[in-house]
Design a protein around this ligand. Structure first.
Ligand SMILES: *[C@@H]1O[C@H](CO)[C@@H](O)[C@H](O)[C@H]1NC(C)=O
Ligand SMILES: *[C@@H]1O[C@H](CO)[C@@H](O)[C@H](O)[C@H]1NC(C)=O
Ligand SMILES: [Zn+2]
Length: 653
């Protein structure tokens, strides 16, 4: 294992990965000075964080131009502090400091961010991203049925999202799908290319090969790429069963044999979501046993006179029943739990840490409904996380890796979602635990989580490929991944004048995405660990950890260490040694009853999986580049070492 240092070239053992890399490091190895710097940084960064978070809260709960300006000002002060701090960090020869906690903090500060870029390029990068967001947010499209009076003012939220979710007209969905991409992609493309150059330059200055490698370094695992590819290959058979079942139902509903054959990829606009990433909006088309719909406890909540405050109190009682912390005083005074009538607010539910060990809040426009009750539990898990790591230094007040916060919150939701839990909190009289109700429940969960796996996987596969190989043919590369992993096709021809990845906000707003894939898998690992601790017997999807002090201890162990330990170690502790990396098996176990059911349903299908014909690939490949399978195996030589040829993805019966 070797590390080349920019200033001093050394051979050292522990704090680096096993590939060669050039860190920016200085010569100062005075531990006392390093600790002094960290103390000062901790104070400054914490109060800056408080200031920025207050400004962000003010804006999110009262959207005015004045509040936006204040927020932007605070953010630019924070960027200034980040830059100055980075300059100080790299004066230290941090990788050779004897104190492991100091070393870890300095390493985290040194290797993330874009502070290595010269000032004017940093500004340009920030400007590119801001312009892309602006284009995205301002994009408007015309309605499907135009009349003389109709205005072209539909935006992604809420109109287009609603059409994708609820329209059952092939042409109307196609219209929404295509016009959204027309309104965004072409304007974003050149700015995105410049963004790629600048992000790569920042990463290279910081000792990485490219910006993708920098993003992956946040996980601190040697063979990260092959680990995640392996996990996806283990889950792909389950996805293909779901895909085959849904395709067969869609074929019945739309009766379009020429557009959706029994072995074809699915047209991307038919799945109830703008990116085909989450399929729960088409539950009505695919529900296995319509006579056994999941009991919706909303009416019972209304009957019992629930209020948003009561829902928050019930969530708090969930956590105290596990032996975890009650919400602090400021939480009750300062949270926003209902949509105010006197101002415009951003209603998306979120949990806030004001970085002063006192002030924590939830913002949620809570409606008295079952989904919202699950959301209050989810958001409060984030608050519990904040409370548990509050005493750590600022740098460590975060999840164990970029996916952990979300994975823990979703793991808690897996308990709260069960009919058993609804029964225990008095919202459901009868738990009907018959087979058909179970399958309905699991299928609904699968539309949410299994369907999302390949999309969550490919977004950064694509982005990392662009970072490492450049922006040529990037729309084709996107569709190669979409068709290969998701089994989806564009409903109309695409070209390199289009920029379909730009239809997704995370891509143009510079937000890493692989965390969503990791979190999908990790939440089932955590759920299983909690259920084992709680002494749960029976199938994993029926487990509810409510009132289990033992499960509470596992959660507390995970949350208290924040980001101060490697996540692999946190996982090892949580699972009592049974896992120290990403593992597909708990997710497979959770969905096992469904997986067996799908196999039976699909037994007459001609194919589990899909064949991409030349005609299909002609939709997105403008250039004749040899056979489709050749280009795919070329593509996958970097993406998925496990799966090397296209045919391994299809099982022809
Ligand atoms: C919203 O912010 C504006 C400042 O932009 C302020 O004047 C107004 O009082 C605020 N409204 C509320 C309800 O806080
Ligand atoms: C419980 O089940 C019984 C019998 O199936 C039914 O009559 C009753 O209405 C159910 N109660 C609730 C609250 O769903
Ligand atoms: Zn969350």
């Amino acid at each position: 294992m070797r590390c080349f240092l920019a200033v001093v070239t050394l051979l050292i053992a522990s704090p680096c990965w096993s590939y060669d890399r050039t860190f920016i490091e200085g010569a100062n190895n005075n531990l006392g000075e390093a600790l002094q710097f960290l103390r000062e940084y901790d104070n400054e960064a914490s109060s800056m964080c408080t200031r920025v978070t207050e400004a962000q809260w003010l804006y999110a709960t009262n959207i005015t131009e004045q509040n936006r300006k204040r927020m932007v000002d605070a953010l630019s002060l924070q960027a200034k502090l980040d830059r100055v701090s980075w300059q100080k960090v790299i004066q230290f020869s941090w990788s050779s400091l004897p104190d492991p906690m100091a070393r870890r903090q300095l390493q985290m500060l040194a290797l993330k961010g874009r502070a290595a870029l010269p000032q004017e390029k940093q500004n340009e990068l920030a400007k590119m991203v801001a312009e892309m967001k602006e284009i995205f947010n301002r994009a408007r499209v015309c309605p499907f049925a135009t009349s003389a009076s109709s205005q072209c003012d539909l935006s992604l939220e809420p109109e287009l999202t609603r059409i994708m979710a609820h329209s059952r007209s092939y042409e109307e969905q196609l219209h929404a799908w295509k016009t959204w991409r027309d309104a965004t992609g072409p304007k974003l493309r050149s700015r995105f290319s410049r963004y790629v150059e600048l992000a790569n330059e920042a990463a290279r200055l910081n000792g990485f090969r490219d910006a993708g490698e920098q993003e992956r370094a946040a996980y601190g695992v040697d063979d990260f790429q092959s680990q995640i590819s392996e996990v996806w290959s283990s889950l792909a058979p389950l996805y293909r069963q779901l895909h085959a079942y849904v395709r067969s139902r869609l074929r019945k509903h739309y009766a379009i044999p020429h557009r959706l054959g029994p072995t074809a990829p699915i047209p991307a606009q038919l799945l109830g979501n703008m990116w085909g990433q989450n399929w729960k909006n088409i539950l009505d088309l695919v529900l296995p046993y319509p006579g056994k719909r999941r009991a919706d406890v909303t009416s019972e909540m209304l009957r019992q006179g629930f209020t948003p405050l009561r829902m928050i109190q019930i969530s708090e009682e969930f956590f105290t029943s596990l032996g975890l912390k009650p919400m602090p005083v400021d939480f009750w005074h300062k949270s926003l739990l209902e949509r105010p009538t006197d101002r415009h607010v951003a209603c998306k539910a979120s949990a806030w840490d004001f970085c002063n060990r006192r002030d924590y809040r939830i913002k949620q426009c809570t409606e008295v409904a079952m989904d919202d009750l699950q959301t209050t539990h989810h958001e409060m898990t984030h608050i519990e996380y904040y409370l548990h790591y509050a005493d750590l230094p600022y740098v460590f007040r975060d999840g164990a890796n970029p996916a952990f916060h979300e994975a823990v919150a979703d793991a808690v939701s897996l308990s709260v979602t069960t009919p058993k839990h609804m029964h225990r909190i008095g919202l459901l009289n009868n738990i009907t635990d018959d087979y058909e109700t179970d399958i309905n429940f699991l299928l609904e969960m699968a539309l949410d989580k299994v369907a999302y796996l390949p999309f969550a996987f490919i977004v950064d596969q694509w982005r990392w490929q662009v970072f490492s190989e450049g922006t040529r043919n990037m729309n084709t590369a996107w569709w190669e991944l979409r068709s290969y992993h998701q089994g989806l096709l564009p409903p109309v021809a695409r070209s390199e004048d289009d920029f379909d990845p730009g239809s997704k906000y995370h891509i143009i707003s510079d937000q890493p995405y692989i965390r969503y894939f990791i979190s999908l898998v990790l939440q089932f690992q955590i759920h299983q660990a909690l259920c084992t601790a709680a002494g749960h017997v029976g199938t994993l999807h029926t487990c509810d950890i409510y009132r289990s002090r033992e499960a509470g201890r596992v959660l507390s162990d995970i949350m208290s260490v924040g980001a101060s330990r490697p996540w692999t170690e946190v996982l090892r502790v949580a699972t009592k040694g049974s896992a120290s990396g990403l593992d597909a098996r708990p997710m497979l176990e959770y969905f096992k009853p469904l997986s067996l059911w799908l196999r039976v349903q699909n037994r007459d299908e001609r194919m589990i999986g899909w064949v991409t014909t030349d005609q299909d690939t002609a939709l997105y490949e403008q250039w004749s580049r040899g056979s489709a399978s050749k280009s795919i195996s070329h593509l996958l030589s970097w993406a998925a070492p496990i799966i090397t040829i296209a045919s391994s993805y299809t099982i022809i019966r």
